[in-house]
Design a protein around this ligand. Structure first.
Ligand code: KG4
Ligand code: ZN
Length: 335
């Protein structure tokens, strides 16, 4: 069966075709970075309007890439939440309409489940059960994954998500939008020995996170510095090291607590090289296996939605005209 996947929960329109026999047939993405850059962050109404313009041409594009016809599609999967309500409604209404028009089933996909299963798109796939560290712009969580749809949240962020903290800190340092990759780049030139930032919530038990204090710590450190390019890089480096270390400490704890031998890293921040290197070291020391998707499948994309939709289609599909978008949606209750 060929599944069309539609991702439109935030500032990226991602479209893909996944074939149960041949794997991923085609995928494409339009990023709205330029559209939102002048405002320093995502403007929800502009995001929705842009998804409307982009979705259909991108669907035509993947059909051409895969050299298939619309009538070859056997099911449609779209992100139903969590995310921006207007942006979600665009993907949901287009997805449902296409399914209704073609007389095929459609299925709602939980955005974070898409991230969680994205490493399955690679040749080297993790085996269940595993622990997943999901680090995106909207969420940071450690999940005990027993199988598809069997998720237990072990810990999550009590305030800012890791990606959100990257974005806000980058903005404060005058680095621009989107903050994560720009801050990571600035950090490369930073000296790791100049500043030492705290590792929040690591000196008490538990697997929850709190990153908002690191933002303030960065701002205070930056304001007390001479504000040179090197100072900026040093603060960026100290901030990134603090986030990375904190995530690594909690991952190690989650592995010990569950007894699993596989860790899966996913979501936008999993593209961070510093985080990948640190977790690779931890995995080697603690003798567990580490998996993550290729960088373009760490951040939002249609491939993870098409794949998750394919896994979900046989169990719960809905082909009617009604649809739902869920700006807030707990991954444990997504069925
Ligand atoms: O998963 P994603 O594309 O969207 C959400 O579901 O939120 O994640 C986007 C987040 C943003 O906060 C972005 O700044 C962050 O991931 N990000 C990074 C890197 N690439 C993207 N953060 C740190 N280092 C990176 N290389
Ligand atoms: Zn995402």
């Amino acid at each position: 069966m060929i599944v069309l996947g539609i991702e439109s929960s935030c500032d990226e329109t991602g479209i893909a075709l996944y074939d149960s026999e041949k794997g991923l047939l085609a995928h494409t993405l339009h990023s709205q970075i330029e559209l939102h850059a002048q405002y320093g962050g995502v403007v929800p109404e502009l995001a929705s309007r842009d998804h409307i313009h982009r979705a259909i041409p991108l669907i035509e594009e993947v059909l051409q890439q895969a050299r298939i016809k619309k009538s070859d599609i056997g099911g449609v999967a779209y992100t139903a939440g969590p995310g921006l309500i207007g942006a979600l409604l665009v993907g949901a209404s287009i997805g449902r309409s296409i399914a209704y028009g073609l007389g095929i089933p459609s299925v709602e996909v939980h955005h974070m489940e898409g991230h969680l299963l994205a490493p399955m798109l690679e040749e080297r796939q993790p085996e269940f059960p595993f622990v997943a560290l999901l680090v995106s712009g909207g969420h940071t969580m450690l999940v005990d994954v027993e199988g598809v749809g069997e998720y237990k949240i072990l810990g999550e962020s009590l305030d800012d998500a890791a990606g959100e903290a990257f974005d806000k800190t980058a903005k404060m340092l005058g680095l621009g939008y989107p903050g994560g990759p720009i801050l990571a780049q600035a950090a490369e030139a930073g000296d790791p020995h100049i500043y030492k930032f705290p590792r929040p919530m690591t000196n008490r038990p538990g697997l929850d996170f709190s990153f908002s204090g690191l933002k303030t710590f960065s701002l205070n450190t930056w304001n007390k510095s001479n504000k040179s390019e090197q100072d900026r890089a040093n603060v960026a480096r100290a901030f990134q090291d603090a986030v990375v270390d904190t995530l690594a400490i909690k991952c190690k704890r989650a592995m010990e607590q569950t007894g699993h031998n596989t860790l899966v890293l996913a979501g936008g921040v999993s593209a961070n090289q510093g985080l990948r290197q640190k977790l690779a070291q931890t995995a080697e020391q603690q003798e567990f296996k580490l998996f993550y998707p290729r960088p373009e499948f760490c951040t939002d994309n249609g491939a993870m939605i098409a794949y998750t939709g394919y896994l979900r289609l046989h169990s719960d599909n809905n082909s009617g005209l009604d649809f739902n978008a869920r700006p807030r949606w707990n991954i444990e209750q997504n069925r």
